[in-house]
Write a protein that binds this ligand. Sequence first.
Ligand SMILES: Cc1ncc(COP(=O)(O)O)c(C=O)c1O
Length: 441
Amino acid sequence: MNNNLAAISFDTINDEAGKYIAGGVVSLNRKVNPPIVFKKAKGSKLYDINDKEYIDYHAAFAPYFLGHNNDEVNDEVIRIIKENHSLYGTGTNELEIQLAKELCDIIPSFELVQMTNSGSEATAHAIRLSRAYTGREHIVLMMGGYNGWHNDVARSVMPSIDVIGERISPGEYAFIPSSAGIPEDVKNKIHCINFNDLNSLEYVLRKYPVACVLTEPVLQNIGVVKPQKGYLQSMLNLCEQYGAVCIFDEVKTGFRTSLSGYQGVCNVLPHLSVFGKAIANGYPIGVIGGKKEIMSLFDTDDIKRRVLIAGTYNAHPLNIAAALATIHILKTKPVYVQIDSVCKILYAGWEQIFAEKGIPAVVASNASASVVYFCETLPDDMHDILENHDFNLDLKYRRLLIRNGIYQIPLPCKQNSVSYAHTIDDISKTLEVTRKVVSQL
Ligand SMILES: Cc1ncc(COP(=O)(O)O)c(C=O)c1O
């Protein structure tokens, strides 16, 4: 903090933003309370406009797996600029071929890939591919899943229990849009069921002509909800039985769980999968890949089945360079081992602190992704969270942490992300602050 100057008020800057930016922030899920304005970030740290330092567990919704502004990744991007690589907008080039080859080598289910600028674009393409492939239109999504902002997936991620009512199984929940402007015809073709609920999955697969089942293999937009043993394999089997395409949305689990994604850990190979976020450590890229038979529809001679993929900025050389550099680091440095060891200390520390204070809490985690649920047992689905988690306590906890220099986004159940830049020192400080904060809950 600059002691000579009065602190700059976040509210003043937010008011200024509101004059020009619709809603005052870009991407409305960044609208948080308390408002905060950052000016730079390096490694595991964020710095606000008053120079206050925070240990960051938000990681901008998870992409910064190596930490903010990783030098090696940035240097590679700068090299690509200095060498005059460009977006040629015609034909292919060596960089994108190198990344495509790399991805087909490391992601077990990838036979062919395509590239986009974001995870949402990748899920949109995956859904359209599945419709073209099957000749069907209905899709199945998970309650509590998030797969992007476009019409086909824009259901409310965390509706209240009053809105969704009693648990439904076997069966489907009403589609609750997260946006106005979605045509009724689209809504009628979306079927939302609980994660980990095979009876409901079979119910909808039997009832509708389903093109695809799209799921995060671990629900990481409502904290960390893991698949029960055998669930993902049974999902794949049911998809095959009923002729639907099984799509894993690995935008959050990919690269963070392991180099080969969650699919590399659970050994279930979906027909299609999509990646984003950590693949390029903060640079914007999405990837879709999977079975040759389906992916080939992007360029089939059969014009009635050909699926459009286009985008001026797809495979932009800066993003490809960032992805290649990130993957190189993941392959050559002990990233997973180090993150695993600091996470073990962090998660055990949290458990101990809450136990000592007698606050019912459980730590859910998938490698570097974690969350504290304020309830007695780990949830199996969104319904469990809505019924048992103390949302007010969660919010209070996050706000106290922020006040004390630990940034966990002040939205209940949002995932924490540890990076390769987090040190043992960061973890010790985090636990020290947590101990203090928890005694104020
Ligand atoms: C699982 C998952 N899928 C898709 C997306 C959409 O990705 P993007 O924000 O890059 O469009 C997200 C974003 O948070 C996500 O978490």
